[in-house]
Design a protein around this ligand. Sequence first.
Ligand SMILES: Cc1ncc(COP(=O)(O)O)c(C=O)c1O
Length: 470
Amino acid sequence: MTRVADICAPDVVGPDAAAAVAAVAATLAADRQHVWHPFAQMQEYLALPPLAIASGSGGWLTDLEGREYLDGNASIWTNVHGHNDPDLNAALQRQLAHVAHTTMLGLTHAPGAALAAELADLAPPGLGRVFFSDNGAGAVEVALKMSFQFWQLTGRPEKIGVLGMAGGYHGDTFGAMAAGDSGWFHERFRPWCFSAQHFSAPLCREWGGHVRAADASASLAALRALLVAQADRTACLILEPSVQGAAGMRLQPPGFVREVAALCRAHNVHLILDEVFVAFGRLGPMLVCADEDVTPDFLCLAKGLTGGYLPLAATLASEEIFAAFLGPYASGRAFFHGHTFTGNPLAAAVALENIRKLRPLIADGTLHTRAAYFGRLLDETFASHPHIRELRQRGFAAALDLAPSRDSDVNFPVDRRTGLQVCLRARAHGLLLRPLGDSLLLVPPLCLDEHELGELVRRTARAIDDVLPT
Ligand SMILES: Cc1ncc(COP(=O)(O)O)c(C=O)c1O
């Protein structure tokens, strides 16, 4: 019988090889029998070779049987300084010695208050109010609900509409699904979602297989037309600035976010920037909005906020928004929203340490240099690869679109699962990747050095060549 307690006892996986083997088997059996994995066709998952992670160090993960893998997707786009980072561990342990959890409902605590001040300091001036939650979708729900309530409280209850950009992904809760445009992911839940309008995204322009730029003129014209027709009934527009990650690293040209912000401002529609994926060095800067000199009405943060350690999210709002919610209790103006683990002190303490470590890496150009090196490596290896139709990269985020031939627009049959096959093959080369259909998404921890970035690219190329020999 599976004994879950045994699985979790590290001393079992020690010198006693038989006990170690039994512990691995117990984990895999418990997983097969009981875990329903996210975003998974479980019939497919159960037919594939299982992989259970036991530990991590820097950019590397080790499975229960001792095999090492480069974490090529930063544990779902979260990891910043690496796994088992001594400074983040120490920050966590320091806080643990005080208290693991205490609520922010009616109370506060030192790491939460300090983190709110830190985020307000990082953000463009004016975004001084921080509402904590615990995941990216939650941060988006908060921004949407704050925007809706703001218009009610300020005498414009007819402003209820939501605009988003084609291909936008903001999470899997109902408001986030409604605001997004993730096609297949969310299609079957449409009947339960409020309607939102989506304007076309900038067109990526190709150059030698590596997309360098995007043309935003049609996109901005479409947005302008929507705003002219509907701004009076529209509460907010939500945008993933600079890169739409889950759409497959779709790029926006420099200046695009500023133009969208100016249009929103001119038409009195709130701008929600969803930086859940792009912030905390993922694209280079700490925050894309600060880098682009754009002040949104709401800013959503999660993923890299704790360096990939713990679930924590934040929605930043302007002072003007905050002020509208003030009044006597009986006025009912309060923002009635909250989650049990909102602003958890362990997560907040780790987030503070994450930011403290990240600041100098951004300020002294380390991250910038690393990201540029990553871009050059990708370019050299894949820009004219016969099975890569397109390569898109910004910062530490890249997508490689696999195709039978780079020169035609014929795709692999969906049920061939080419992207998945390459990722499974990558495991044999000591690399963990996740596909998005037949795109490979390379999203490494920001701590990888040049050698490790080289390994990431070389191992990816080997896996592609194994599955798709030329
Ligand atoms: C831009 C963006 N927003 C929101 C989310 C949802 O975040 P979470 O999975 O933490 O709910 C994601 C997740 O990938 C994302 O990329």
